[in-house]
Design a protein around this ligand. Structure first.
Ligand SMILES: Cc1cc2nc3c(=O)[nH]c(=O)nc-3n(C[C@H](O)[C@H](O)[C@H](O)COP(=O)(O)OP(=O)(O)OC[C@H]3O[C@@H](n4cnc5c(N)ncnc54)[C@H](O)[C@@H]3O)c2cc1C
Length: 608
């Protein structure tokens, strides 16, 4: 049956059709964007017969058609540095010419004898009897067909092929957190235009339509609008390895590193990882190793995934998604696929050391990757020292969270022996975040003692760094994680003081905590909050004219209001609801034009 998007319950009609086989290649790359162009070049340079499929009529994806013709950090080396030099980008200067870049991809691929099909939408996966991916279905301007391949590289940036092949994807609808989306205006002569004014779901056709209308209206005096919606966060696979922010902070090394990425935690929204629930991300740029396994979708053979769809936690992606690094890991994926074709081995069995030796030789990765091993599990002494140092500005928090089971007894001891009140609170806070109630009384007393709210956080797209929760928010969430009903009164007392003039993070904290405690008594307070003027009614039903919302001066505040309403409604529903109010709001959001909201509301209704 046809697999339909989340908006249409159930599968579409069963279709049975025969498609002509249009050819066989060693490597087929789907998507000729930031990761896909380099992947095709990597495969071709290693002798693979290669086909690149792209539905636009320009190569480069976000780095050309998306209007993001500038690096923001990234580790500029190896293949990326070679390409920069070839297109005349001078190191240290910002922009490149998007036509030069797209054309360089085309010429480089053609020079090596590669095939490029543009105006081709790839719409499905071909699996053999054993479940190995053996090709993809294509809609060409001349009719549909199948292209067969030894290996496929999914460079759609949205895991389109992985999803079609049945690969597990991350359950992004569970957390209502997504990086802001842009859709850049085009101005004659300008190449780089970076925006962030909405959320958009690449897997949702209704949302994509809405996004274009909104963008056209917002920039109606511009010469034109980009062809490619600039989503910073898209569907991601669950790979053989999932990179987390803890791995990044702990400078984790791997035996199969194929790229060293670099950026800062430019989150374009709030962070959700437990690490950042306690201590916000730093502003400084960091390096992060990327293992080959994070390109391999769990449970599917014959497929590699690149770019925004790789297997990383959403809060790790800001470090992994910069163009210099996507280009370099895309190139590595192409070489890996060529090696698999040549050796007739599966992508999981290629000679990873041979791949790394090549990447070292061209300067993509440092020599140390050849001898690196997995630096986990962290030694007990490192963990013990980290627990001891927790009382000093959470310095080694990432180490503690990397081994929570082993850390818990140490944290309990530290809480018991801490002498200073602030030390005791810190350990109680940490224990609470791990769901342990040893320091419950300490934490509860701190929340009760805080009479006024501290400075919270409203949704911000551009330039959001550091914590997206206040200290009180974080302590309230930790109390909720303990799940002790005795926390309820203190959290409700805080909730009752909230008005629309308070910051979003307080609502988020209270909603998360009350949902976790799950006590029916919270429902009445949440319902009262939602009844305050301005607190609800921010949904935008499918079919409503998006132009109305394009005029809003401050898209960040609009998102703040919508998110606040959704968090409160979800908590109300999960605490037992009042007269079906929470359910009704969630059901309205299920019919919302914004796919991210619709999917989350649907998820909450199905997972009370
Ligand atoms: C608004 C924004 C600002 C950013 N700012 C910066 C910055 O300043 N500097 C920086 O270094 N990075 C920046 N980034 C990050 C970086 O640009 C992206 O992470 C990266 O370009 C994504 O690469 P990709 O290969 O995953 O996707 P893309 O480059 O988007 O490539 C995907 C390609 O696949 C094609 N495609 C998709 N589906 C199909 C299909 N079914 N069939 C055929 N073709 C298909 C698309 O047309 C596209 O060409 C920014 C990203 C965004 C969105």
């Amino acid at each position: 049956p046809l697999r339909t998007p989340h908006r249409f319950d159930g599968d579409g009609p069963a279709v049975s059709m025969e498609l002509p086989v249009l050819g066989t290649w060693d490597v087929v790359v789907v998507g000729g964007g930031t990761g896909g162009g380099p992947a095709a070049i990597g495969a071709l340079r290693h002798g693979a017969k290669t086909l690149l499929l792209e539905y636009l009529n320009e190569l480069g994806g976000t780095s050309t058609a998306g209007g993001i013709t500038r690096y923001y950090y990234g580790h500029i080396c190896g293949f990326t540095a070679e390409m920069d030099a070839a297109i005349g980008k001078v190191p240290g200067t910002p922009d490149w010419n998007r036509i030069d870049k797209g054309e360089w991809y085309r010429k480089e691929i053609r020079k090596q004898g590669g095939d490029i099909w543009t105006s081709v939408l790839v719409f499905g996966a071909v699996l053999d009897q054993a479940g190995k991916l053996g090709g993809v279905c294509v809609a060409t301007p001349f009719g549909p067909g199948v292209v067969l391949a030894n290996s496929v590289i999914d460079s759609t940036g949205n895991a389109d092929i992985a999803a079609a092949a049945g690969a597990e994807c991350q359950d992004q609808e569970r957390e209502l957190g997504v990086q802001g989306t842009g859709l850049s205006p085009l101005r004659p002569g300008d190449h780089y235009v970076n925006t962030d004014y909405m959320f958009s779901d690449d897997s949702d056709i209704i949302d994509l339509w809405r996004t274009f209308i909104l963008g056209r209206e917002r920039f109606k005096h511009a010469y034109d609008l980009g062809q490619l919606i600039a989503t910073r966060e898209r569907r991601r696979i669950v790979g053989d390895f999932v990179v987390s922010p803890l791995d990044i902070y702990n400078l984790r090394t791997y035996p199969d590193t194929i790229c060293v990425s670099r950026s800062n935690f430019d989150s374009h929204g709030y962070t959700v990882h437990p690490l950042f629930t306690i201590k916000g991300p730093d502003h400084d740029a960091v390096f992060a190793d990327l293992p080959y396994r994070s390109l391999l979708p769990r449970g599917v053979d014959g497929l590699l995934v690149t770019g925004l769809a790789i297997s990383g936690h959403r809060d790790a992606m800001p470090i992994l998604r910069m163009q210099p690094d996507v280009q370099n890991h895309g190139y590595a994926a192409g070489v890996a696929a060529a090696m698999a074709a040549e050796s007739k081995k599966s992508l999981r069995d290629i000679d990873i050391k041979a791949l790394q030796r090549h990447l070292v030789a061209i300067g993509n990765v440092p020599e140390r990757v050849l001898t690196d091993v997995d630096s986990y599990p962290l030694p007990q002494a490192t963990l013990a020292a980290a627990v001891e140092q927790l009382d000093d500005d959470w310095r080694r928090l990432s180490v503690v969270l990397a081994a929570p089971e082993r850390a818990l007894p140490l944290l309990r001891d530290a809480w018991r022996s801490a002498e200073l009140p602030e030390q005791k609170l810190r350990y109680a806070h940490m224990l609470g975040m791990l769901g342990d109630g040893t320091g419950f009384a300490t934490l509860l007393a701190a929340v009760e003692a805080a009479k006024d709210w501290d400075d919270g956080w409203n949704y911000r797209g551009m330039g959001q760094f550091g914590p997206s929760l206040s200290l009180q928010d974080s302590m309230i969430i930790a109390l909720g994680r303990i799940g002790d009903r005795r926390a309820q009164d203190a959290i409700l007392a805080k909730a009752k003081t909230l008005t629309t003039s308070h910051k979003f993070s307080h609502f988020r904290a209270v909603s998360l905590a009350l949902s976790q405690v799950g006590d029916q008594r919270a429902a009445a307070v949440l319902a009262e909050l939602l009844k305050q003027p301005g607190m609800s009614g921010h949904d935008q039903p499918v079919g409503s004219d998006p132009r109305r919302f394009a005029k809003m001066e401050n898209p960040d505040y609009r998102r703040t209001e919508e998110l606040r309403e959704l968090f409160l409604a979800a908590a109300l529903f999960r605490c037992g609801d009042v007269d079906g109010m929470g359910r009704a709001i969630l059901e309205r959001y299920v019919r919302d034009g914004r796919g991210i909201y619709a999917r989350h509301a649907k998820y909450v209704l199905a997972n009370p």
